[in-house]
Design a protein around this ligand. Structure first.
Ligand SMILES: [Zn+2]
Length: 160
């Protein structure tokens, strides 16, 4: 199935309720307290505002599962989060620094949150928008996840 219109995107950071829970040091996806650290300024992206955490700024390191329910494809992995309040990223364009996100891993998921194996690939950061649009032009794909080359979850992309 292919949609004939241009596919507009909605790029979203972690839900603010989740960010607040972790900042209150609620258990992460592994049942552990988020680790409190100081950013070294080297590629520590916050999964709430999708900005890079500046050197010297307080941050949390925790295990995050970007799925509401447990199921075979509900992977858990490490993420960073600003220790202090920040604004959730919600936009129809990618954060500017994603242009230097080399490479990023992208893949689509079904409504049942299963990986769509026909959609997965590694792409240059500057190609993320077009690549996400291509995946989401298939109406049977529910949404896309962007991950780092280390397979760390970065953000979710939906159709706008
Ligand atoms: Zn942030």
């Amino acid at each position: 199935m292919t949609m004939n219109t241009d596919t507009y995107l909605r790029i979203s950071g972690m839900a603010t309720d989740d960010a607040i829970r972790f900042r209150n040091l609620a258990p992460d996806a592994n049942g552990q307290k988020p680790a409190e650290m100081i950013s070294d300024g080297k590629s520590n992206p916050c999964r709430h505002c999708l900005g890079l955490i500046a050197k010297g700024d307080a941050m949390l390191l925790l295990a995050y599962r970007p799925f509401d329910e447990l199921q075979p494809y509900a992977e858990t992995g490490p993420i960073f989060l600003h220790r202090d309040t920040c604004e959730r990223y919600e936009s129809d364009v990618m954060p500017a620094w994603f242009d230097h996100f080399d490479p990023a891993i992208i893949r689509g998921y079904s409504e049942a949150h299963y990986i769509r194996y026909d959609t997965g690939k590694a792409v240059a950061g500057k190609d993320l928008t077009r690549s996400c649009q291509n995946i989401l032009e298939d109406a049977s794909v529910a949404y896309v996840h962007i991950r780092s080359k280390f397979n760390c979850f970065q953000c979710r992309v939906d159709r706008a």
